[in-house]
Ligand binder design. Structure first.
Ligand code: SF4
Length: 591
């Protein structure tokens, strides 16, 4: 771990990036990047002359060198004269001057060697002048995540991001064998395979484990690599001088454990301890796999005292923490992490993201949230009424919606503001966004009547169980709360993905979702899809319809879905056919 040297560069270049850069700073930086990552970087190779200078041939330097050489020539002729005159005192003075000047000439020659062929920024550039050059030198496929983020999975393994492919074959190319079980978080942030990935990105390569991003980008979608500061190009100075030499993650993406109180049909024992019990009882999973699931159900981060100290050291630099499942609001480590950031870090400039099942309401957590910049609370609400109760067993729709209401009541200091936000598109827009369309600062939100600057969102995972009812679900949720929405199509388990459904059912679903009265209602409702992007809900529905038709119906997977459903129906004493009669009618022939 070369923590000290990274700390040194991190501080040095953060400061120089603000206060003006000198050729020596760049020389050091090139050397650092070359030593650490084994890559050459030449920011200024093709930079316009108006922005850069070549120290060796620049006018100032030529004049300087000429002056020194002239003085040296004069000193030498003075020395000759002093020797002829046998003037000992003068000989000493001239000799000393000559030694000094020759040293200067030698230094110039050495610098010429170091700087040969390099260009550097002119002193006193205006802010932003260098951005274009720096941006152009960020490699084409560059991604910030390996430099800035740490994703921890429930089994304690670490990846740069949640899209990084997990493979069973663990090697430098794919995945590391280390985890929270045998390493502290600093060792995991610095582990060799991540260092290798950083080098690949700096060389402009496309790591194979990033396939999800390359595939999404090839099909025209915006990958999370691009969403994250446009692959580092949006703030190029910060990318080069702040993020790359970092000694601590800026962002934590945490699935701390699988501790959860729900066993949602689309989830698994990998992500839910409640599911684990059911699989143990059913004897449907092999003992060695159960061992992994049991490990997932244990908290492993803050139980290591070294990690507590490291988190304190990281805390001032952390700007974003994402807490995903199990159920983060149930996990003791979650509260400990918030406490550490509040006490040791920069909470007012830190944004929190949650996926919560909505079953927990906790005043103590609200108190912590008051200290943070923004809190994004995504409620996983895939359905309504008894279908919700079935899909997210044993949570109850009525209780979850009551918690949504309680959080909303806690957050607002003024009930009238809250109610207006829920009913008025125009007001919602005005409340959350400033004049230029960016999200209002935490301070701004608080001034407008919030105790916690919070964005609530309904996170709807769409699969076999609920796609038929999407019109009904949206009608209900939108009527009750004017929250932003996010749709998340099910990819896994494959047998619950919406595209496996019979074609005749898909056609009926499409008809329902494109029915003119429904479309008009959705057009008239205010829906946004993420914190910075507004989109009409109908566009998102069309994407879901396209996804549903992206693969042909799959009788084998429909059978698998029904077989799995039956096993768990029998265990839970539930009935798919009774709760979902409309779609069961189309599926029962596959039993
Ligand atoms: S390119 Fe994509 S998969 Fe790879 S590290 Fe970046 S965000 Fe993750």
């Amino acid at each position: 771990m070369d923590l000290d040297i990274r700390k040194y560069y991190s501080t040095k270049f953060r400061d120089t990036a603000k206060s003006g850069l000198t050729p020596d700073d760049y020389i050091e930086y090139y050397k650092y990047i070359k030593d650490r990552y084994g890559v050459d970087i030449d920011f200024f190779e093709n930079a316009p002359d108006t922005l850069v200078c070549d120290p060796v041939t620049s006018l100032n330097r030529v004049v300087q060198v000429r002056a020194v050489k002239m003085h040296l020539k004069d000193a030498k002729s003075n020395l000759t004269r002093a020797i002829n005159d046998k003037n000992k005192k003068e000989i000493k003075v001239c000799s000393d001057i000559i030694v000094d000047l020759e040293k200067t000439v030698h230094n110039f020659a050495e610098e010429d060697k170091r700087w040969a062929g390099r260009k550097f920024p002119l002193p006193n550039l205006k802010p932003g002048d260098l951005d274009k050059i720096l941006s152009d030198n960020i490699p084409e496929n560059f991604c910030l995540f390996p430099f800035t983020q740490m994703n921890i999975d429930p089994d304690g393994r670490v990846r740069p991001c949640c899209k990084w492919a997990i493979t069973t074959e663990r090697n430098a190319e794919n995945f590391s064998i280390d985890s929270l079980v045998n390493k502290n978080v600093q060792e995991l942030f610095d582990q060799p395979y991540v260092e290798e990935v950083k080098k690949q990105f700096l060389r402009g390569e496309k790591p194979k484990a990033c396939k999800a991003c390359w595939d999404e980008e090839d099909s025209g979608l915006e990958s999370i690599r691009v969403m994250e500061q446009d692959g580092g190009k949006r703030f190029p100075i910060a990318t080069w001088f702040h993020h790359i030499p970092t000694d601590a993650p800026r962002s934590l993406d945490l699935k701390l454990s699988s501790i959860c109180n729900n066993k949602c049909r689309i989830c698994s024992p990998f992500l839910s301890s409640k599911w684990l019990q059911e699989h143990e009882d059913l004897g449907s999973v092999k003992e060695d796999v159960l061992k992994v699931y049991r490990l997932n159900a244990k908290e492993k981060f803050m139980t290591n005292p070294e990690n507590i100290e490291i988190l304190k050291h990281w805390a001032p630099k952390i700007r974003k923490i994402q807490f995903f499942g199990g159920e983060p609001l149930l996990q003791a480590e979650h509260n400990l992490i918030l406490k550490t950031i509040v006490e040791e870090g920069n909470a007012e400039n830190t944004i929190l993201y949650y996926n919560t099942n909505g079953s927990i309401y906790d005043d103590e957590i609200c108190k912590y949230w008051e200290s943070f910049g923004h809190v994004n609370l995504n409620y996983s609400i895939d359905d309504i009424g008894k279908r919700f109760d079935y899909e997210r067993h044993p949570a109850k729709y009525v209780e979850v919606m009551d918690n949504v209401r309680k959080y909303n009541e806690y957050v607002f200091t003024d009930d009238r503001v809250r109610d207006k936000l829920i009913t008025s598109k125009k007001y919602f827009n005005r409340f959350y966004y400033n004049g230029t369309g960016s999200m209002l600062s935490a301070e701004g939100m608080k001034q407008r009547g919030m105790k916690i600057s919070m964005i609530n969102r309904f996170y709807i995972t769409i699969g076999v169980f609920n796609i038929y009812y999407l019109d009904e679900i949206l009608n209900e949720l939108i009527t009750r709360y004017n929250f932003p929405l996010q749709f998340n199509p099910v990819h896994f388990p494959q047998h619950y993905a919406p595209h496996i459904l019979p074609n005749k059912l898909k056609d009926i679903i499409k008809k329902k979702l494109t029915e003119p009265t429904f479309v008009e209602k959705m057009n008239n409702k205010y829906i946004i899809c993420d914190a910075s992007r507004t989109q009409n809900v109908n566009e998102e529905i069309n994407n879901i319809i396209n996804f549903m038709y992206s693969s042909p119906e799959n009788p084998g997977l429909i059978k698998e879905a029904l077989r799995t459903i039956k096993i768990h129906d029998d265990y839970r004493n539930e009935s798919f056919g009774e709760v979902f009669p409309e779609i069961y009618e189309f599926l029962k022939e596959y039993e």
